[in-house]
Design a protein around this ligand. Structure first.
Ligand code: C5P
Length: 229
């Protein structure tokens, strides 16, 4: 990577997966390891950027040289993103953020009932951070990139879902991970499509590090074309 590619640019990367507490000992979580986001932070550093990494329950080590903000829940991640993006040129939302959380946090550990009835956990939607920061850009020309893991269904391909999600979220690019052939979570290699509002699709396959380098180049290209927008 060319160390001048993102020189002087501030890049915020979110990585990992959020955990939503249910009671003092339990949470709802997901299988995201943080590998792809951490690889993106490393690639952005190599491209000369100043990098803030918002890490949610990372299972891999954060690269030396990033400004690391550690969070656990989607609410904490939202706070960290809103504060870090105020002066960011590029925001890459690679973290798997919970779409739902338990409606209430029990003060004490939830016990098995005496009469054997099953507990019911009520869920509520979490705020969509990507849609929020895309709708209210902290600075003009800020480039915002989202991620989506899609399987497709009987009538839609994963790419069709990705295009719809790009439009719905209002971001500048969406990185699609197809999970049809099994999970990408925790793996070292991956395959992605990058969709942009102009209808272009770029693809890359390889290690998460190789894909991160490809994504940073692609994102730097978008950033160069939005200067002064
Ligand atoms: O809607 P979905 O969860 O598939 O969207 C994934 C993208 O949106 C990811 O970039 C993720 O970081 C972001 N997201 C978010 N806030 C949420 C849920 C997802 O910013 N509450």
């Amino acid at each position: 990577l060319d160390g001048a590619l993102l020189a002087g640019r501030r890049v915020v990367v979110t990585a990992g997966g959020t955990r939503e507490p249910l009671d003092p000992v339990r949470y709802l979580g997901n299988r995201s390891s943080g590998k792809q986001g951490v690889a993106l932070a490393r690639a952005a550093l190599a491209a000369g950027a100043e990098v803030t990494l918002v890490g949610a329950n990372l299972q891999v080590e954060a690269p030396a040289g990033v400004d690391l903000v550690t969070v656990e829940t989607s609410e904490q991640l939202r706070g960290a993103v809103l504060s870090a993006t105020t002066d960011a040129d590029v925001v890459i939302m690679a973290a798997a953020v919970a779409d739902f959380r338990p409606r209430s946090l029990a003060a004490h550990k939830i016990k098995k009932s005496e009469d054997g009835t099953d507990p019911v956990i009520e869920l509520t939607r979490t705020p969509d951070i990507l849609a929020e920061i895309s709708a209210h850009r902290a600075r003009p020309g800020q480039v915002i990139v989202g991620f989506a893991a899609e399987t497709g269904d009987d009538t839609h391909t994963p790419l069709e879902f990705a295009r719809a999600k790009l439009a719905r979220k209002g971001c500048d690019a969406l990185v699609l991970n197809e999970v049809t052939d099994g999970a990408v979570f925790g793996q070292d290699s991956t395959a992605v499509h990058v969709v942009t509002p102009d209808g272009q699709v770029a693809e890359a396959t390889g290690s998460k590090d190789d894909v991160a380098v490809f994504l940073v180049r692609t994102i730097a290209g978008i950033a160069a074309s939005t200067v002064g927008r």
